[in-house]
Design a protein around this ligand. Structure first.
Ligand SMILES: *[C@@H]1O[C@H](CO)[C@@H](O)[C@H](O)[C@H]1NC(C)=O
Ligand SMILES: *[C@@H]1O[C@H](CO)[C@@H](O)[C@H](O)[C@H]1NC(C)=O
Ligand SMILES: *[C@@H]1O[C@H](CO)[C@@H](O)[C@H](O)[C@H]1NC(C)=O
Length: 121
């Protein structure tokens, strides 16, 4: 059995919303949408309507670069890209109320994020 130690650089891509179709960012509506979505939002709770509901998180790991492979000590150092996709049922809106705005880009710290860590073993 080999033991690997993996040092990672996480790059979290948050795909919070719908298909990117139009990037015409109407500043005023984006501001209003941001207020409406996050005024009463808490990132501490799992974003499901019913706490018994399962929230599926799709995890995608891409090996970007192998930095070092120490065969004697069996240590692999690499860069990994991690992409996690889930549906946040508190972040949804009707685009007709926001002049057709159907996508916004926000800092990941605004929303709940899955508590997934890579375990070095
Ligand atoms: C936030 O919650 C307060 C109190 O429940 C409510 O009056 C207000 O309309 C909510 N704001 C939004 C943007 O949902
Ligand atoms: C959660 O509740 C909101 C508002 O009550 C509703 O619009 C939405 O469809 C629900 N989401 C799910 C996944 O059931
Ligand atoms: C989560 O994924 C499983 C397996 O693909 C599926 O059966 C289930 O309906 C999904 N649950 C939700 C809430 O999307």
């Amino acid at each position: 059995m080999k033991r690997w130690r993996i040092q990672t650089l996480f790059c979290l891509l948050l795909c919070v919303s719908i298909l990117p179709t139009c990037w015409c960012a109407q500043g005023k509506y984006a501001q209003k949408l941001l207020n409406d979505l996050f005024t009463n939002y808490t990132s501490a709770l799992r974003p499901v309507n019913d706490t018994n509901t399962i929230l599926n998180v799709t995890l995608q790991i891409t090996l970007s670069q192998i930095i070092d492979m120490d065969e004697r000590n069996q240590i692999l150092t690499a860069y990994l890209w991690i992409r996690q996709v889930w549906v946040d049922s508190h972040v949804q809106w009707n685009k007709d109320d926001y002049d057709g705005l159907d996508t916004i880009r926000i800092p990941g710290s605004y929303v709940w994020r899955p508590d997934i860590v890579l375990y070095n073993k």
